[in-house]
Design a protein around this ligand. Structure first.
Ligand code: GLU
Length: 345
């Protein structure tokens, strides 16, 4: 485990540093509104991708649904399309549950228990568990996510579930509840996740009863959200862990930046590298068609559109987010040459 000890927490108190934000603001409101509208008009008629059906009830989603929401770090929202439709959050829950676990355990301990590297395998891979001796590689694929859920504070399944539901609700700024139809449909078909949980238990990498942990995870994935809820949740991660709409301090800023790092590494399934290459921001997608993207210090972006690419990422969502990233100047890796006659360094 020497490999991990190299990566202990930073040797200084990051909360004492004066200016932890490396980026500026979103453009002016009119410009954001115009660009959100352009992104919607550009991609609304795209017909690529397939609606997920491995959880039977998800197949009922309309392939035409498309919504975009942007929430700035000061709480202002810009949205268009199917913003009133609600859907199960699915994998988009994973970074937020990881954040809650980091907050409870400390992000160093959370990394030791869950890992923060990508697997290169599909989200529900058992091979990834077998081939990597750490067993859980990161909390954004099912193995690590089941382990993260199992680490939620609480002595009973009910206590763990309430902590997760309440924490997710604080990220969203409203009380979230389970879509019972999705929960029933996924519970009846999630043998693979049950298998992953039992396999992890056999390796000592699950931290609660495997059947109960899978059940809590399934509830967490069935929480009913709108694209606006997702954008507020993303904006909370963009705002040092403070919900910009309610002012609630949901997680610390040290937790926040670690969560974003894992999202950048593993947020879009096996295509996370392609995503970072093109969008240049941490994101997380889910099989019901949601994607959250975080522009640190600036705001949260969310898209919702059910047709998915073969890896499980919303097709329209990826296109719209790439467009927004480019037009709003959000790519974290972008720079222009500094003027030589200004500043000292
Ligand atoms: N609840 C889903 C599963 O475990 C989430 C998958 C996803 O959105 O990637 O299969």
């Amino acid at each position: 485990m020497t490999r991990l000890s190299m990566h202990e927490q930073l040797p200084f108190d990051e909360d004492a540093t004066a200016s932890p934000i490396s980026t500026g603001d979103l453009p002016q409101a009119e410009e954001v509104r115009a660009v959100v509208t352009e992104a919607y008009e550009r991609y609304r008629s795209n017909g690529d991708g397939e609606v997920a059906d491995y959880i039977p009830v998800l197949a009922q989603a309309s392939p035409d649904w498309f919504g975009i929401s942007v929430v700035g770090a000061r709480g202002k929202s810009f949205e268009i399309g199917d913003v009133a439709v609600t859907f199960s959050i699915q994998s988009v829950s994973k970074p937020f549950v990881f954040a809650l676990v980091c907050e409870a355990l400390g992000y160093g301990e959370a990394r030791r228990r869950l890992g923060v590297n990508s697997t290169g395998f599909p989200f529900d891979s058992l091979m990834a568990v077998e081939l990597n001796t750490d067993r859980t590689m990161n909390p954004l694929v099912n193995a690590g996510a089941l382990a993260a859920t199992s680490l939620a504070p609480g002595a009973t399944a009910q206590e763990k579930w309430e902590l997760i539901r309440q924490g997710m609700s604080r990220f969203a700024g409203r009380e979230l509840s389970v879509d019972e139809q999705v929960y029933a449909s996924e519970s009846a078909t999630n043998l693979r996740n049950q298998g992953i949980a039992h396999l992890l238990e056999s390796y000592g990498r699950l931290y609660f009863d495997p059947d109960e942990a899978t059940d809590i995870y399934t509830r967490q994935c069935s929480l009913d959200v709108s694209v606006h809820d997702l954008a507020v949740m993303a904006a909370t991660l963009a705002n040092g862990g403070v919900n910009p709409v309610t002012g609630d301090v949901v997680v610390g800023r040290g937790v926040c930046r670690r969560v974003l790092a894992v999202m950048a590494t593993a947020g879009l399934y096996e295509l996370s590298g392609d995503w970072l290459y093109e969008v240049g921001m941490p994101g997380k997608s889910g099989v019901s068609g949601g994607i959250v993207t975080v522009a640190p210090g600036k705001g949260g972006l969310a898209t919702f559109s059910p047709p998915l690419d073969p890896a499980g990422n919303s097709v329209r969502g990826q296109l719209a987010t790439k467009y927004l990233a480019e037009r709003l100047g959000l790519n974290l890796f972008a720079s222009v040459a500094a003027s030589r006659d200004r500043g000292t360094s």
